[in-house]
Ligand binder design. Structure first.
Ligand code: SF4
Ligand code: SF4
Ligand code: SF4
Length: 150
């Protein structure tokens, strides 16, 4: 299964911030098909010739994740409760375990960007790593029922 770290190999990895996030988060959104490689302005520079095509080829050969979560942007109010309650974050991200928001460098499943939660590393979800019935905390705690698990 194609993963976000594999896509990250074809991104500049400079975290320049022009896309409003880190390269790792951008890779996660590529995997979720919420962004496309051409959305990274840096990849249009001559130094990265061929990278957009390489990413498009990788994405074309890998099916979109069948299981995971879908966030309804019309319902999400960006409260961050799902980020705070996520089973993976509580187990693997020290900042989240301490009751604080995860840092930009932490490998999280989703984070709040500009008032909306976005899925950046769906492949880390307990539902994908183990089994669908193992976790549904994010959807259970979302106050607006913005999260659909499948
Ligand atoms: S614009 Fe491109 S290089 Fe800059 S942080 Fe986003 S993905 Fe990385
Ligand atoms: S808990 Fe629901 S409303 Fe709050 S950020 Fe997550 S998806 Fe959005
Ligand atoms: S199902 Fe569980 S592990 Fe997956 S994103 Fe939601 S809270 Fe996190």
């Amino acid at each position: 299964m194609l993963t976000a770290p594999e896509l990250l190999e074809f991104l500049p990895q400079t975290d320049c911030g022009q896309c409003g996030m880190t390269c790792a988060d951008f890779a996660g959104l590529l995997l979720a098909r919420d962004l496309s490689p051409a959305d990274c302005p840096v990849l249009h520079e001559p130094e990265y010739a061929g990278f957009i095509e390489a990413l498009e080829e990788l994405l074309a050969t890998a099916p979109a994740a069948g299981r995971g979560m879908a966030i309804d942007p019309a319902r999400c109010i960006g409260c961050g409760i799902c980020v705070a309650m996520c089973e993976h974050h509580l187990a693997q991200v020290p900042e989240a375990r301490a009751g604080r928001g995860p840092g930009l460098g932490d490998r999280v499943i989703f984070r709040v960007v500009n008032g909306q939660v976005v899925v950046v590393n769906q492949e880390l979800c307990v539902r994908l790593l183990q089994a669908a019935e193992k976790c549904s905390k994010c959807a259970e705690h979302c106050p607006t029922e913005a999260i659909t698990l499948r």
